[in-house]
Design a protein around this ligand. Structure first.
Ligand SMILES: O=C(O)COP(=O)(O)O
Ligand SMILES: [Mg+2]
Length: 237
């Protein structure tokens, strides 16, 4: 795997970058709740949590567009932009009303930080929303950088979203990405960064078919998966 140029090491052990929705936090109750408020305002049938899960991961404009398409609304740019704006207003009022970290997330982040890893978030959620959520849930202090698609002007699956996040984090190599979806795995592969996938998230396709470097069922399995990836990369070097 091509080494990623992210500048010089700074005394940190390396850099671990996390996706947000479906990886660190289960955000679908608030995203689905906001979507259904928008649907109600527009006189459309609710989307509900199971269907909303399949629409998350590509940012808010894509989420709103997919939900409206599901309800048979033909997308027109001007009306679509107004709907995205309205969704954003509604979602801003309930970013962390029901959103919660997955089990063991805080414990493992604290452990990795104590071991000297520099941690960051790379999400297709807008930076100010992502920052508010991690702060509200008591996770903000662990992250040197929280980067949305508006932070560097590029969103996943563009690999620059990940490489720029890594560079800004300043933790140097090795860099590992932890995510839940096909978007995350595609981004990591395009960036030449090893990726650990979490099975509980919002992927639309079976994760094994995407061949992440490791596939785990919970954060408690993350330290061992990290060790295995690092050993494999030392052997390959
Ligand atoms: O689709 C979104 O809004 C964000 O999703 P992500 O945190 O999984 O990138
Ligand atoms: Mg995700």
């Amino acid at each position: 795997m091509a080494a990623m140029d992210i500048g010089t090491t700074t005394g940190a052990r390396g850099t671990i970058i996390f996706d947000l929705d479906g990886t660190l936090v289960d955000s679908v109750p608030d995203l689905a709740g906001a979507l259904d408020s928008l649907m109600a305002e527009k006189g459309l049938e609710a989307i509900g949590i199971p269907a909303a899960r399949k629409l998350i991961g590509h940012g808010i404009p894509n989420l709103v567009r997919s939900a409206l398409t599901l309800r048979g609304v033909v997308w027109r740019d001007e009306q679509g932009a107004a709907d995205v704006k309205r969704f954003t207003e509604i979602y801003a009022t309930r970013l962390s009303r029901e959103t919660r970290p997955y089990p063991d997330v805080e414990r493992v982040l604290a452990m990795l930080a104590a071991e000297g890893w520099r941690l960051a978030v790379c999400t297709n959620k807008m930076e100010r929303f992502a920052r508010a959520i991690v702060d509200d849930l008591g996770l903000g202090r662990y992250f040197a950088v929280v980067a949305g698609p508006d932070t560097f002007g590029v969103g996943k699956p563009d690999p620059r979203h990940l490489t720029e996040t890594a560079r800004a984090t300043g933790g140097g190599a090795p860099v590992v990405f932890v995510g839940d979806s096909e978007v995350d795995i595609a981004t990591a592969k395009a960036a030449g960064v090893p990726v650990i996938a979490l099975s509980y998230g919002y992927s639309k396709v079976p994760l094994t078919s995407l061949e992440p470097d490791a596939l785990i069922d919970g954060f408690d399995e993350l330290p061992a998966a990290l060790d295995a990836i690092l050993v494999a990369s030392w052997k390959a070097a």
